[in-house]
Design a protein around this ligand. Structure first.
Ligand code: ADP
Length: 407
């Protein structure tokens, strides 16, 4: 089934046209800087010429129309009619407590996504805008919302409750939700397909290390803990997000620097993490190069990043009373042998032994084992594919089939 996957940010729309039958990408692209004087429009058909140009795209509706007119343009030879697309899958970051699975979009789903605006003010409003724009452009096919939080619905109360007065959970649903669910789900399923161990008996630690980063503990196929919490700000040190900090720092800063709420928000979300620690940048590639050239601020940022990953790995081994596999994925996890090595170094007490040669020579786009043959815990690099999870869920719901194509 041909499925269009849409991921809408405040000023961008990413798309993938996926054939779920053979899990292949037909075309993908991105429109950035929507609403600015000139937007950047990129289309990358799998069997065709990549294009990139700049022009005015006023809003998300125009962006969706641009994507459709590109796909339908006879010169590009991608699809002949909008009816070729059988479903649209939308990435929605926060599903609150309502969604433990993906959902066919109707008025009540739209309302629930809107109700979660407070919980994900940066993500849910543009996600909703994208759904509305896509429904306008493609009104006759099913639209499916796929939530980043859904996979973590299985967290037990002891993992999702904070040490706050319980009435705050009851009244405002203040709890841990967990994010990057589609990625943690995908890479763990890739592992189940290659191991002979029954899924029920496996314990996996999935490290999604990208610009946003999170770690999940997955026991018997179910997420039992995740480093991201009420919002995607907590847990690991990220590109520009601070990750876990002592909340008293906020009171202290308010007193010392008289920061208003919006400045605090910007400080923790946009000026912290690797960027804040290094004072140089948020891109791990740049930090590695500068650290190699002797920049101590960049080395410091990398050290803090890896130390936190290692601590979460140890903590999740304790949470699950064991671990069969540690998976590295996303931009940093898939591409940096140096960071992977630093994250699992000196964990031999837990039975984790890295094979340096394997770690340094992975095959891109494939599942790679980077632990030694006698390592009790397998360490793997698994390329993530969140778009494919969204496409398959959308196809499944659109065809109302109960059968999961995964396991
Ligand atoms: P997101 O989807 O959250 O924006 P990605 O998964 O694309 O993020 O990851 C982006 C991060 O991956 C950036 O910090 C980038 O520097 C890092 N990255 C990509 N390639 C490499 C590499 N070869 N070595 C180190 N880091 C890399």
């Amino acid at each position: 089934m041909l499925v269009l996957v849409i991921n809408c940010g405040s000023s961008s729309v990413k798309y993938n046209l996926i054939e779920t039958e053979d899990k292949s990408d037909v075309c993908k692209g991105i429109i950035e800087r929507i609403g600015a004087v000139t937007a950047i429009v990129k289309h990358e058909p799998t069997n065709g010429k990549k294009t990139k140009d700049s022009r005015t795209i006023n809003n998300h509706v125009d962006a969706l129309n641009e994507i459709l007119s590109y796909l339908l343009n006879a010169d590009n030879g991608i699809i002949n009619s909008p009816d070729d697309i059988k479903a649209v899958g939308h990435r929605v970051v926060h599903g609150g407590e309502d969604f433990k699975d993906s959902a066919l979009v109707d008025e009540s789903v739209l309302e629930a996504i809107e109700q979660a605006f407070d919980l994900a003010p940066l993500h849910n409003p543009p996600n909703l805008k994208g759904i509305q724009a896509a429904r306008e452009a493609l009104p006759n096919i099913p639209h499916v919302a796929v939530f980043d939080t859904a996979f973590h619905h299985s967290l037990p109360a002891k993992a999702y409750l904070y040490g706050l007065p319980h009435r705050l959970y009851r009244r405002y649903k203040i709890r841990k939700y967990g994010f990057h669910g589609t990625s943690h789900y995908y890479v763990s399923r890739q592992y189940y397909q290659m191991t002979e161990k029954p899924v029920k008996e496996t314990k996996v630690i999935s490290c999604h290390l990208g610009n946003g980063a999170s770690i999940a503990a997955i026991d018997g196929g179910k997420s039992v803990d995740c480093s991201m919490g009420f919002t995607p700000l907590s847990g690991l040190v990220m590109g520009t997000r601070c990750g876990d900090i002592d909340p008293s720092i906020l009171f202290y800063l308010v007193e010392k620097e008289e920061l208003p709420l919006n400045s605090l928000h910007a400080l923790l979300n946009r000026h912290s993490g690797l960027l804040g620690l290094s004072g140089y940048g948020s891109d791990m590639r740049d930090l590695i190069v500068e650290a190699e050239n002797g920049d101590r601020r960049c080395q410091r940022a990398i050290d803090v990043f890896c130390h936190r990953v290692k601590q979460y790995i140890g903590s999740y081994v304790a949470t699950m009373n064991g671990c069969d596999s540690i998976i590295f994925t996303a931009g940093i996890g898939e591409n940096s042998a140096y960071i992977r090595k630093k994250c699992v170094r000196e964990l031999d007490y837990l039975g984790i032994k890295l094979d340096e040669e394997r770690n340094n020579n992975i095959k891109r786009g494939e599942i790679n084992r980077i632990s030694t043959d006698n390592s009790r815990v397998e360490v793997l690099v698994v390329p993530t594919n969140e778009e494919l999870v969204i496409a398959i869920d959308a196809a499944k719901i659109a065809s109302a089939s109960k059968q999961s194509p995964w396991i």
